[in-house]
Design a protein around this ligand. Structure first.
Ligand code: THU
Length: 136
């Protein structure tokens, strides 16, 4: 997998930050923005979208990934997550599973309103994952 440049990582983080501004989070009041790099190199962003029926809330990461797939991407190489907090937020378990489907070794970066950040790989966040290969 080609390594993302520092400039590309900055662009991805910026896109995740901008997406958080579009979050629909009237219940949790916890806006989240995410952005992913598709196999083509294009960036897709998403925000959390909540619902009065709480179980239907969709996380920012999954919104971004579903947009990428709907646009024709078959893989993702990186995910950035932004929360307006002082500590970075790692993706929830459900989002880790969805990231694994399209980017088992994706770079996962969490940023926030301080210099604190998490930079890791999906394979470290979800070791021994169940994935497409298990159904082959
Ligand atoms: N949320 C995300 O968007 N991504 C995560 O990885 C964790 C949680 C959202 C879901 C819900 O709208 C709000 O944050 C509080 O859980």
């Amino acid at each position: 997998m080609p390594k993302l440049t520092e400039a590309a990582i900055r662009r991805l983080e910026k896109s995740a930050r901008a997406a958080a501004g579009r979050a629909y989070a009237p219940y949790s009041k916890f806006p989240v923005g995410a952005a992913v790099v598709g196999g083509s190199g294009k960036i897709y962003s998403g925000c959390n979208v909540e619902n009065a029926a709480f179980g239907l809330c969709n996380c920012a990461e999954r919104t971004a990934i579903f947009s990428a797939v709907a646009a024709g991407e078959g893989s993702i190489t990186a995910v950035a997550i932004y929360t307006p907090t002082s500590l970075p937020t790692a993706p929830c378990g459900a989002c880790r599973q969805v990231i694994n489907e399209f980017g088992p070794d994706a770079l996962v970066i969490s940023v926030c309103d301080s210099k604190n950040r998490i930079e890791t790989r999906l394979s470290a966040l979800l070791p021994a994952a169940f994935g497409p290969g298990d159904l082959a």
